[in-house]
Design a protein around this ligand. Structure first.
Ligand code: ATP
Ligand code: MG
Length: 562
């Protein structure tokens, strides 16, 4: 895999920064990266970009990459999410060096906070969050000093200790760094570094009653792990000054000093990449769970039948950028289609059946015909498909009357049945409502595919897929459409929930060829002429369940060339 990921392309701007650092003397063996998810939800396609960026750099520079859980907010974080994140990063094909947790550094972070207090660089504020916010000022006017800004270190130390020991209610006190209430950067106006939270943490239990804020924890965690380049999304650009200020307080110049650099978030059309909103879809039952195949989560895509290769290819193709833009979801579909085309065996399944009776085919006879598994793979391999007098074809593949451009089956017309014979439609049987219940056809016994006869080579315009009624297995097929009806559901005036596509899931009964009897959850096949499908974990020995991964028709080429 690493070779494939290292394929030649021009450097992105982050790689340029690293190249400059190396040229300026930074030792290559001190390069170290991290992917730092907060375990408050499942990973989504936006995270895939960050994962591919960080782990891609690790492969390129032969440098370690840590998986760091940024677990500083016990009210939203859970072990379930930690497990899901580990599984997803692994499934994408990446290996982390150390598995780290910001919560492992709670003691160091606390000790450093004590040091700041002793140096007069941090103080306990007793005001409410509203009062603190009101004193912040505006970007053009300075803030106002807190009345507690000049409390003595001794008094602050005593209060901070009591905060730690759980003597106070949530929200009563905070610890703030004493920086600059007049800084043009609002984040530098005495930011909060600790808050009281009497909550149980998924790893440290009830040991702590105070928890560090993101800015305080993140940079110091990078430093403790000796991360050389700490890559984050653009909204953290204004945080960089604070990141550097915090590092200045603890930095020992014999060690690596981490460098924060920012890249643009990835947004994808017709979906949402925000854990908070995805959580809402789950908790309010708009979808069946985090791994619902309509979700843009890694686990949803996996269940849908996406491959790690397709997701990595997608991330590599869009690359990273300095500015935000919207990526069309059809590019993702293009990537998975390309990958599955190489990997998925072709099989026959009918989703909306109508019965064909071949009147000149002997009753009770059956033949097992050769069908090629995948024309993209050499050497060729084959399986057997049963043919008999009664077959299903797609209802949509037949018209009583149609013009010359209709190459499927029509009365008086001929088509080839894939891997089998040429048939001709002779008449139809209808029910009382006028719906067609049977199409009576005749077949040309000389025309069997691959038999080498003149009739077998005869060209007819249309080829249809089919299954033998007597041999077909009934299965459930779940057909998905986009989860949202508009390209940017979270940029509307009203809630993104108002743009959920009510037809994003359609469940139908499919009739599939018997070779699929032993299919296992996770297997992927191409239902010929219909699309790629994967076997859902809901499958039981009694009932096969398929998810439609993606159709066969490419819309990306069209969009790209517009
Ligand atoms: P969310 O808003 O979905 O919760 P987040 O940024 O808060 O996302 P984290 O778990 O903190 O989620 O993110 C881990 C890493 O993934 C961070 O470095 C973050 O910048 C990156 N990341 C998250 N979303 C995207 C995205 N849409 N595009 C690129 N990188 C992303
Ligand atoms: Mg976050």
């Amino acid at each position: 895999m690493s070779e494939e990921l290292k394929e030649q392309r021009s450097n992105n701007f982050i790689e340029n920064i690293i190249e400059e650092d190396l040229a300026a003397g930074f030792p290559a063996n001190a390069l170290r990266f991290r992917f730092p998810p907060e375990p408050n939800g499942y990973l989504h396609l936006g995270h895939a970009s960050s994962i591919c960026l960080n782990f891609g750099l690790g492969l390129r520079y032969n440098a370690p990459v840590n998986l760091r859980f940024d677990d500083t907010n016990p009210s939203k974080e859970e072990q379930e999410y930690v497990d899901a994140i580990r599984r997803d990063v692994e499934w994408l094909g990446f290996k982390w060096d150390k598995e780290c947790y910001a919560s492992d550094y709670f003691q160091e972070l606390y000790d450093w906070a004590v040091m700041l207090i002793k140096q007069g660089k941090a103080y306990v504020d007793k005001q409410t969050s509203e009062e603190i916010a009101a004193q912040k000022g505006t970007p053009t006017t300075a803030g106002t000093d807190s009345p507690y800004r000049n409390t003595s270190p001794e008094e602050n130390l005593a209060l901070f200790e009591r905060m730690k020991n759980g003597e106070f209610e949530n929200g009563t006190y905070v610890l703030r760094a004493k920086i600059d209430m007049a800084s043009p950067n609002m984040l530098m106006r005495d930011p909060i570094i600790y808050r009281i939270m009497n909550a149980s943490h998924h790893r440290t239990g009830d040991k702590w009653h105070i928890y560090p804020m993101y800015d305080w924890a993140h940079g110091e965690s990078d430093y403790l792990e000796q991360i050389s380049h700490s890559l984050c999304t653009l909204e953290f650009l204004p945080h960089r000054e604070l990141y550097d200020w915090f590092l200045d307080q603890v930095y020992d110049n014999s060690r690596t000093r981490p460098k924060q650099r920012e890249f643009a978030r990835r947004n994808l059309s017709h979906t949402i990449v925000s854990k908070r909103k995805l959580l809402q879809l789950v908790t309010e039952n708009y979808v069946a769970g985090w791994d619902d195949p309509r979700m843009p989560t890694i686990s949803g895509l996996r269940r849908r039948g996406y491959t790690p290769e397709a997701i990595r290819k997608f991330a590599d193709t869009i690359g990273i950028a300095k500015r935000e833009n919207l990526i069309d979801v059809s590019l993702l579909e293009f990537c998975v289609r390309e990958d599955l085309n190489k990997k998925a065996n072709r099989v026959m399944a009918v989703l909306d059946p109508v019965k064909v009776v071949i009147t000149n085919y002997p009753e009770g006879q059956e033949e097992w015909l050769d069908a090629e598994n995948n024309p993209e793979v050499t050497p060729m391999t084959f399986r057997k498909v049963p043919f008999s007098r009664e077959l299903y074809i797609e209802r949509d593949d037949f018209r009583e009357e149609a013009d010359k451009k209709y190459f499927r089956l029509k009365l008086g017309g001929e088509v080839r049945l894939k891997n089998a014979y040429i048939i001709k439609a002779e008449s139809v049987v209808k029910d009382a409502q006028g719906n067609i219940t049977e199409i009576h056809c005749t077949y040309d016994p000389e025309s069997r595919s691959g038999s080498g006869t003149e009739a077998s080579m005869r060209k007819v315009k249309g080829t249809l897929h089919w299954v033998s009624v007597a041999h077909a297995i009934e299965a459930e097929a779940r057909l998905y459409d986009r989860l949202f009806t508009v390209p940017e559901p979270d940029r509307q005036e009203d809630s993104f929930l108002n743009y959920i596509n009510p037809d994003s899931l359609k469940v139908v009964t499919a009739y599939v060829e018997p070779s699929l009897k032993t299919a296992q959850a996770g297997d992927t096949v191409q239902f010929q002429r219909l699309g790629y499908f994967s076997v859902d974990p809901d499958t039981t020995p009694e009932k096969l369940v398929f998810n439609k991964t993606v159709g066969l028709k490419d819309t990306w080429e069209k969009i790209k060339n517009e």
